[in-house]
Design a protein around this ligand. Structure first.
Ligand SMILES: O=P(O)(O)OC[C@H]1O[C@H](OP(=O)(O)OP(=O)(O)O)[C@H](O)[C@@H]1O
Ligand SMILES: NC(=O)CC[C@H](N)C(=O)O
Ligand SMILES: [Mg+2]
Length: 486
């Protein structure tokens, strides 16, 4: 998952894009980029690292214009370290296009061959985003009748993109002289929300972003989540056009957004992330009560940050005291989205510290939102034991992660997943926990989708092995495993 934002304003957008990217930092820490359109002229700045370190004042000054977009990257194809894969990507024809993308394409091999053999387009990186941009460019070119471009032509091009591209993609593009285009894949796997406000001199200002907290913070009203397959085109003077561009759209958003990726204060597809995490805690508590005799646990503790709402709810539902025994160094980022196992492992130790007075002589129930590689849980159990815990029960608000994720979370290989091919008891032994309790898939679905009717299915492939988009078979998974850095 990456974070994306696009804004059409009545005033310069550079600072607004920067501020929005700071709010989306939790979605990607590898690199960042901003592009603006000043009439027909594009300006772009990209850099490795996080938003606060990436942009200097002179970079910001050159980002002129009232229309723009931005990106924070968490690499899922190619490499986090390659500067040329930082987004946005640019192509000069047709018209001039710049694009940012959250998601991951699954037919990259076919697209790469087609783009070269049929469309005669050169690709310079291993990024799937470069592919997406070139397919869009090709389809816009194919439908272009002359120098002017109308909304119908743009939407027809997006329809052809949907036909050619497989996988997950929430994307925002600038079309020089024509404004901002945003579209979401036909399953709506990755999020994208549209907002509007009135500018200081009147006139509509628009934002499209990965998460609603960007809208809230900028004083925009939420218009709606883009529907799966829908495209929105906003002209530089604030006219908004939209159309359903997919033949068979079906909303199946990624459950991992609710479990871990998104900020709790965002609302996605009408579901509050915070409420979903509370309910995950409620349902997990049922599981704990069924597996652990009453009185066997003295205290419930979260692993900061993402597990807090679920852990609070586990404690409350079970009537057990809630304490914070792990303290977090606020200057260390999210460890799961860091590139490379060595840095992730080291960072867990730098990030979290166990306070022995909270652990000594106690039977603790530690709650995390998810266990993926086990990097966090292995370290945490060891910390709890050295801090003097009598026993350590570990509970995960998500079910066991058993399969690779190919739609925008970088878990390419089965081997690295602590739960793959193991029983719960074996995993508990691996992390040296006395007991391990997992949420069930049914419980997770119930918790996330409770109390609403818009979302009736979730993209759960990393838990179930069922892949909704593209032809994700054993051969493809073996290829991803062999070629993608994790
Ligand atoms: O089993 P693992 O491979 O360690 O992955 C799971 C852990 O990683 C995430 O934490 P992270 O530190 O990224 O972010 P957070 O502060 O939002 O919890 C997640 O919340 C789990 O704690
Ligand atoms: N996490 C994402 O959305 C990644 C976008 C794109 N696949 C990249 O690797 O840059
Ligand atoms: Mg965590």
């Amino acid at each position: 998952m990456c974070g994306i934002v696009g804004i059409v304003s009545t005033e310069p957008v550079n600072q607004q894009i920067y501020d929005s990217l700071l709010l989306l930092q939790h979605r990607g820490q590898d690199s960042t980029g901003i592009a603006t359109a000043d009439g027909d002229q594009f300006h772009m700045v990209k850099a490795q690292g996080q938003v606060r370190e990436a942009y200097r004042t002179r970079d910001m000054r050159q980002l002129l214009g009232n229309v723009g977009l931005g990106h924070v990257r968490y690499a899922t194809r190619g490499s986090a370290a390659r500067e040329e894969e930082a987004q946005p990507f640019y192509v000069n024809a047709p018209y001039g296009l710049i694009l940012v993308h959250n998601g991951n394409l699954t037919n990259t091999r076919e697209l790469t061959a087609e783009l070269y053999n049929v469309d005669r387009r050169h690709l310079n990186t291993h990024s799937d985003t470069e592919l997406l941009l070139n397919v869009l460019a090709n389809e816009l070119q194919a439908g272009a009748a002359g120098p002017s471009l109308n909304a119908d032509q743009v939407f027809e091009a997006v329809s052809r993109v949907h036909e050619r591209v497989e996988g997950s993609y929430a994307a925002i593009a600038l079309i020089a002289g024509h404004g901002l285009l945003a579209f979401r894949d036909p399953f709506g796997i990755r999020p994208l929300v549209l907002g509007r406000r009135t500018g200081p001199a009147g006139g509509d200002e628009w934002v499209v972003a990965s998460e609603s907290l960007v809208l809230e913070s900028g004083g925009y009203e939420i218009v709606r989540d883009l529907a799966p397959g829908e495209a929105v085109l906003i002209s530089p003077d604030g006219w908004m056009y939209s159309r359903q561009c997919a033949a068979n759209p079906r909303l199946i958003p990624c459950s991992f957004e609710y479990i871990y990726l998104a900020r709790p204060d965002s609302v996605m597809n009408g579901i509050s992330v915070y409420d979903a995490r509370l309910r995950l805690g409620d349902v997990l508590a049922e599981q704990v009560a069924a597996e652990v005799p009453a009185g066997d646990i003295d205290v419930v503790m979260p692993i900061p940050d993402s597990a807090r709402p679920s852990a609070m709810q586990v404690a409350q539902t079970l009537g057990i005291e809630y304490r914070e025994g792990f303290f977090k160094n606020r200057y260390v980022g999210r460890t799961f989205i860091m590139p490379g196992q060595a840095v992730r492992k080291k960072s867990v130790r730098q990030k979290l510290n166990a306070m022995s007075t909270e652990f000594r002589g106690k039977n603790v129930l530690i709650v995390d939102d998810s266990i993926v590689r086990g990097t966090t849980s292995r370290e945490i159990v060891e910390m709890a034991r050295s801090a003097g815990a009598s026993s350590v029960t570990f509970a995960s608000a998500a079910p066991p992660v058993l399969y690779p994720h190919v739609y925008g979370i970088n878990m390419p290989s089965r081997r690295e997943l602590i739960a793959h091919g193991r029983t719960t008891q074996q995993i508990a032994a691996d992390m040296s926990a006395d007991r391990l309790i997992y949420q069930t898939v049914e419980g997770m679905d119930r918790a996330i989708m409770a109390g609403q009717s818009l979302v009736t299915e979730l993209e759960n492939s990393c838990f179930t092995g069922e892949y909704v988009a593209g032809n994700v078979d054993a051969e493809y998974l073996a290829w991803v495993e062999a070629t993608q850095e994790s």
